[in-house]
Design a protein around this ligand. Structure first.
Ligand code: PMV
Length: 328
């Protein structure tokens, strides 16, 4: 039997990370880096998960992990969400089959680009398609969000939303998301510090700061909200300059709540010196990735300067395509 491949995009949070967990709005953009999952039925009841590019492989039978490649801790960290997604889909449709799932990703892992959500969304969609069910995107979203909760504790839901629906979204926890029409190109350089970090730990850090200094956090949250509202206007006016300025202010807020680190500051300063219109950390911070917005003619300069500073840069374009089944 032929397998089914599905894919889902990575993302960058342009504005509002962390504050979004406290009900403030955020803006998130799907980028042209995708995670791919290929699902195939097996003759037995085993679940075999493998990723050649992550160098990880495991066979799971009756809940027991038999590691075939990679370190136990890493296999569990990266593959527990995949296992959970497959199990939820099988349970939902009353199936009890064994599967081979192969993950391929061009998304840096644990770097703030939504790797987990992209992988889980792709695995969920591929498993559903393999069972010959037409899963509505809302169902893929529900399962991806449930799985994310088991990984991150109190996630806002921004990751599953963007991986599944793509485009540029204005996201808020209580009202959900609204697609933003973005006519202009958003030329971004993403710089990976190479420092892996945990979203759960970073979110917890902010929770502690919030509990210690509630009266200081309040105006910071209001400022974060204003930044997002101004950014929505700047998108309407196609004003990259304003967006860049707002990114710098947003980064200042993130720095003040303790989620930046030396590796991010280094790349952000470098990008600003190389002529970026604005630069900030993206996602949970504490390592991971930064983003720099630059006019097209300055992109290469910003890219080269991030590389010289020891970061791993790549140029990202926005994509409208959320989760999708790939042609066979
Ligand atoms: O670094 P990431 O891709 O896991 O993004 C985390 C974004 C937060 O706002 C910090 C958490 C969330 O669930 O929204």
């Amino acid at each position: 039997m032929m397998g089914v491949t599905a894919s889902a995009p990575a993302k960058v949070i342009l504005f509002g990370e962390h504050f979004v967990v406290y009900g403030e709005p955020a803006i998130v953009l799907a980028i042209d880096k995708r995670a791919y999952a290929k699902a195939e039925k097996r003759e037995d009841k085993k679940l075999c998960l493998r990723s050649a590019n992550l160098k990880l492989a495991v066979g799971i039978e009756n809940g027991n992990f038999k590691i075939e490649e990679g370190d136990v801790k890493e296999v569990k960290m990266k593959f527990e969400p995949v296992k959970a997604a497959v199990e939820k889909v099988l349970e939902l449709y009353g199936e009890n089959v064994g599967l081979d799932v192969e993950i391929k990703s061009t998304v840096p892992v644990a770097a703030g680009l939504g790797f987990t959500a992209a992988v889980v969304a792709a695995v969920t969609a591929a498993t559903g398609a393999l069972l010959n069910v037409r899963m509505p995107k809302e169902e893929v979203f529900r399962i991806t969000y449930e799985v994310e909760k088991t990984v991150h504790g109190t996630p806002s839901g921004i990751h599953p939303a963007i991986s599944i629906f793509g485009g540029t979204l204005l996201f808020q926890m209580d009202t959900g998301f609204k697609p933003l029409e973005v006519k202009t190109d958003i030329p971004l350089v993403i710089g990976d510090t190479g420092v892996e970090r945990s979203t759960r730990v970073q979110v917890e850090k902010v929770r502690e700061v919030t509990e210690r200094y509630p009266h200081i956090m309040e105006p910071l949250k209001r400022a974060a909200r204003e930044i997002v509202l101004k950014a929505v206007e700047a998108f309407k006016e196609n004003s990259l300059e304003t967006l860049g300025e707002l990114m710098n202010i947003n980064h200042g807020l993130l720095y003040s709540i303790g989620v930046s680190d030396e590796s991010l500051e280094w790349l952000i300063n470098t990008a600003q010196k190389a002529g970026a219109l604005g630069a900030k950390l993206t996602g949970a911070g504490g390592g991971g990735c930064m983003i720099a917005l630059a006019k097209t003619e300055r992109l290469e300069n910003v890219f080269n300067s991030i590389q010289r500073a020891g970061g791993r840069p790549f140029i990202a374009r926005k994509t409208d395509e959320g989760v999708r089944i790939e042609p066979t």
